[in-house]
Ligand binder design. Structure first.
Ligand SMILES: [Fe+2]
Ligand SMILES: [Fe+2]
Length: 360
């Protein structure tokens, strides 16, 4: 048994004795294998040090030694896991680009299993949904090429469908819907799709035909009607403010509803010519500001809650310049967690005008 300061704890370490507060309330039991949430809890209760079983300590510390003193993002980017993910992602985007061009040119029939295989490969190897979200966020600085958006939306739709506890078949349809949702953009002149400035009203009208064009391309293929509907309806909004037909909530296909959320999230968190990638917390705030009634209520709440949980214990920078750790998620104000800065706790829900600017 060894005493280890809470600051030096790593996920995987095992508690050799239970941890109690000053009032003798048990926070964690003996034998607990610590995960990031447990370490956040200890930090939150200002527990200075704990007893750890020493059998595996050296192994765990040596595994993590490359990452000493780095922020959570830097640790992820340096990890072998991330390098493998990045490479698999690039391969996936390239394969998808080739397949899609063949399909649009009428040279190939669609083989859904073959198309989905590289996307599913990114989700495997014991990666949790949070791991994948975190890695996608860290890929932002690297690449924002045309087809990466579709892969991002496919992955995010797959993950959201898992969070919603949909069946395997539904999860596969959600993934497929994400992958194909913007296929109609291939029929829009490239100079409009890639224009590095705001579109003028004429260009915007053309751009807004991509859902219908996508539906027309997919309609010729032997593919689920839900995937076709997702291409047609992913810009519709539940309150009838979307396009092309201002369809309202009950008439919108549920696969279009899932893609509506993941598509907007991806667009907000990707780099754009006029700004750097948005911090996920600012993206979530944008969803709240824009009005959650635009989206399916169950889906949007599930999405926001799970994304916020992904970033528990992450190091963040506030707009005030201060740096701290997210130690407590506020279920009522998801974008305003409690941050531990030094020995202070800042409850963002009580600090008007203070927000998370960046995940470090
Ligand atoms: Fe779109
Ligand atoms: Fe899109």
């Amino acid at each position: 048994m060894k005493k280890i300061s809470t600051k030096e704890l790593l996920p995987g370490m095992v508690l050799a004795s239970k941890v109690v507060t000053e009032n003798l309330n048990t926070i964690l039991n003996q034998g607990t294998i610590l995960d990031e949430a447990d370490i956040a809890k200890l930090t939150f209760y200002s527990i200075y040090e704990v007893d750890i079983e020493d059998d595996e300590i050296d192994h765990i510390i040596s595994d993590a030694s490359d990452g000493q003193g780095l922020t959570s993002s830097e640790r992820i980017k340096r990890s072998q896991e991330f390098k493998e993910f990045k490479q698999a992602f690039e391969t996936c985007a390239k394969k998808f680009e080739d397949e899609i061009n063949d399909i649009v040119a009428g040279n190939a029939s669609v083989d859904t299993k073959r198309l989905l295989a590289p996307v599913y490969a990114l989700l495997q190897k014991g990666r949790t949904t949070s791991d994948v979200f975190n890695m996608l966020h860290n890929l932002r600085d690297y690449d924002d090429a045309t087809y990466t958006h579709c892969i991002n939306v496919a992955l995010a739709s797959n993950i959201l469908a898992q969070w919603l506890k949909w069946s395997d078949e539904e999860i596969e349809l959600a993934t497929m819907s994400g992958l194909f949702h913007d296929i109609g953009k291939i029929c829009i002149p490239e100079k409009i799709v890639t224009k590095p400035a705001k579109l003028d009203p004429y260009e915007l009208d053309i751009m807004r035909t991509h859902p219908l064009k996508g539906y027309e391309v997919l309609n010729k293929l032997d593919i689920s009607i839900h995937v076709k509907n997702a291409a047609l309806m992913h810009h519709e909004r539940c309150d009838g403010t979307g396009y092309p037909y201002q369809t309202q909530g009950p008439q919108i296909d549920k696969y279009a509803k899932i893609v509506a959320i993941t598509d907007v999230y991806d667009a907000m968190t990707s780099a754009r010519y006029y700004r750097k990638p948005l911090c996920p917390f600012i993206a979530l705030q944008n969803f709240e500001d824009e009005g959650l009634q635009k989206y399916d209520p169950e889906m949007i709440i599930c999405f926001l809650q799970n994304i916020v949980n992904t970033y528990l214990l992450s190091t963040v920078q506030l707009n005030t310049g201060e740096v701290g750790e997210i130690v407590f998620i506020n279920k009522t104000f998801l974008t305003k967690p409690t941050i531990k800065i030094g020995n202070d706790y800042i409850d963002l829900s009580k600090c008007t005008g203070v927000y998370i600017k960046e995940i470090l």
